[in-house]
Design a protein around this ligand. Structure first.
Ligand code: ATP
Ligand code: MG
Length: 247
């Protein structure tokens, strides 16, 4: 198994006027090429901090992140990532391209293709208020995919959605990630979501966050995450993770 990223002894301390906050302590984690890895842990344990460092938006205080591709492209979907209501769906979906200054004809065409493949063709020139929550989420993911990232970082992508939409959209998102063959790191508070979507799940300790344990999730018929919940081993993994998470 090739590693797309190797995180070695990554530490992060925030220094503020009120003092310092040690967010991450000696994070060691390899991200395998093509996998979906979940990261789960208490609120405030440093999950978003870790992703923002992997996305190169912030830097660790010490430690190292190695990648076989020096300038790996990251698609980062933030916690509460929203569409801009005054932009059409196509303009929202190509926003990342615009920001990166790569809004070429070819890349716009690729984005249109993604919108078409994932059921949004008829909405390209409409505005976000004509979309359901699940559809908006799909557009946000397409915006992230449009820049052709080597690795996708999803920070609680479903936390704003109601349970039914959440199950529905996680099936869609799973399909999209697997079809587009993207290595993905997904942060979630939801154990069931991690078990049903991920190939591996890493558990973080309370702050300062460290990687406490990593589990391989071996379930049959993983093509449709919402159906995985009926697999008898689903609850075995659910329990395993639940017991391990710091309360
Ligand atoms: N820019 C910052 N300046 C100072 N402290 C910060 C900053 N960003 C995060 N922190 C602190 O670092 C710790 C980790 O925060 P982080 O947002 O990474 O946690 P999280 O695991 O993503 O939490 P949640 O599950 O609630 O999203 C918290 O104690 C937080 O208050
Ligand atoms: Mg967070």
């Amino acid at each position: 198994m090739n590693n797309i990223l190797e995180i070695k002894d990554l530490c992060k301390t925030y220094y503020t006027k009120l003092g310092c906050v040690e967010a991450l302590r000696n994070i060691n984690l390899n991200i395998h090429d093509g996998e979906i890895i979940g990261i789960i842990g208490n609120s405030g344990c440093g999950k978003s901090t870790l992703l923002s460092i992997l996305a190169k938006l912030d830097e660790g205080t010490s430690g190292d992140i190695k990648s076989e591709k020096k300038d790996y492209v990251v698609g980062y979907m933030l916690q509460n990532d929203a569409l801009f209501p005054w932009l059409t769906i196509l303009d929202n979906a190509t926003l990342g391209l615009k920001i990166k200054n790569i809004k070429t004809k070819e890349n716009i065409e690729y984005t249109k293709q993604l919108l078409e493949t994932y059921g949004l063709k008829d909405f390209m020139y409409k505005y976000p208020n004509s979309l359901s929550g699940g559809m908006k989420q799909r557009v946000a993911l397409i915006r992230t995919l449009a820049i052709k990232p080597d690795i996708l970082l999803l920070d609680e992508p479903f936390s704003k959605l109601d349970l039914i939409t959440r199950l529905d959209i996680s099936d869609d998102v799973y399909k999209m990630i697997k079809q587009e063959k993207k290595t993905t790191i997904i942060i979630s508070h939801d154990i069931g979501e991690c078990v049903s979507l991920c190939d591996r799940v890493a558990i973080m300790t309370k702050r300062p966050g460290t990687i406490k344990k990593i589990y391989d999730i071996n379930l049959l018929n993983k093509d449709i995450p919402s159906k995985v919940r009926t697999d008898e081993k689903f609850y075995y993994y659910y329990d395993l993770l639940w017991k391990e998470i710091d309360k």
